[in-house]
Design a protein around this ligand. Structure first.
Ligand code: ADE
Length: 337
């Protein structure tokens, strides 16, 4: 008798081939014993011995099975293909990283590889890789309008999987010192609301797409906050020249407005009325655009000044180290994404 050793797949489809003997036990089945494939009590990797392959399965059923197996085989190849390319970042979505001023993104840009520049409506965007992740980096310019415009453009053009803002802020909490970092878990405006004789009472913005009120505080993506906290444990930040201790990293509320704050009265108000840890000029605008577009976001700020009467001078003195500290944490966060 002419004997052949075949796997289940090669029985059904000669295009799908497993080397003989790669698997299981050998079963010898004579074609005369078998009326159809369903009578075969073999696993797909069993090696069987037959003398006439075509006797095993009736022609009509064989064609159906062949087609089905072929389909499964092709789906499997497709899935392997997807797995391979997704693990190598080929199809991975970019992470958008924004900063308001050149100093705030300088460190990140200097360490990017594969840089390509793209100009949209005069705004410069740089795509490339940083710490193994595909990113798109840009400078928004100062203030809420610029931040909102650039956030919208970056979402429209690059479809990022998340948006991270890096930069500096005025410290509101007493405990914060220059160089410290605030991971902004909540963002709100300090200059949006109703102006009465008693002063400004802040209220929530409205989403022009859904017509619903937005939350008063926009929440950073909770997973990104956790990843930032985890990155915080591994990062080494620069100490300010006269500082007694290493910079601290904490989580807190950031308040945004179109004003550079140099008033200890305002600092007291922000802390009391909005429970703010830090103040800056772009974060909540980025947060609002991302919220309305359903894109996860995270705002990282390092303290350059205390938003008090000395703020303008301190800002100039400490902005470089603070900017680099924020960017250093963002680099570490990228490793976690
Ligand atoms: N960014 C850094 N310091 C700031 C301040 N005092 N007010 C607003 N934005 C700032």
């Amino acid at each position: 008798m002419k004997q052949k050793y075949l796997s289940f797949y090669s029985l059904c489809n000669t295009k799908i081939y497993y080397p003989y003997g790669i698997s299981g036990s050998k079963k010898t089945i004579l074609s005369t014993d078998i009326s159809s494939l369903w009578d075969l009590k073999i696993s797909r990797r069993d090696v069987i011995s037959v003398d006439k392959i075509t006797d095993l399965i009736p022609k009509s059923r064989r064609d159906g099975i062949l087609n089905l197996l072929n389909l499964f085989y092709q789906i499997r190849i497709f899935l392997l293909f997807i797995l391979f390319f997704s693990s190598t970042q080929t199809f991975a979505q970019r992470i958008a990283i924004l900063g308001a001023m050149p100093e705030e993104i300088q460190l990140l840009e200097s360490e990017m590889s594969h840089i390509k520049a793209k100009s949209i409506l005069g705004f410069q965007f740089k795509t490339g890789k940083l710490n193994g992740k595909k990113i798109v980096l840009t400078e928004t310019g100062i203030g809420k309008v610029n931040a909102a415009v650039v956030t919208t453009l970056i979402i429209k053009e690059f479809h990022p999987k998340s948006v991270i803002f890096t930069g500096i802020a005025g410290g509101i909490s007493e405990a914060l010192k220059q160089g410290d970092i605030v991971i902004g878990n909540k963002l709100t405006y300090h200059d949006y609301g109703r102006l009465t004789n008693e002063g400004l009472s802040t209220n929530a913005t409205r989403n022009p797409i859904t017509k619903q009120l937005n939350p008063l505080y926009f929440s950073s993506d909770s997973l990104l906050v956790l990843q930032a906290l985890s990155a915080a444990k591994e990062v080494t930040l620069q100490k300010m020249p006269a500082a007694a201790s290493q910079p601290n990293i904490s989580v807190g509320t950031i308040v945004t407005g179109d004003t550079f704050v140099t008033s200890s009265t305002a600092v007291g108000n922000f802390e009391k009325t909005l429970q703010a840890s830090a103040t800056e000029m772009e974060g909540a605008a980025v947060a609002q655009v991302c919220f309305q577009q359903n894109i996860p976001f995270l705002i990282i700020r390092s303290i350059s000044d205390k938003a008090n009467e000395k703020a303008s001078v301190d800002f100039q003195t400490f902005k470089k180290i603070a900017s680099d500290n924020s960017a250093t944490l963002v680099k570490e966060i990228l490793k976690k994404l």
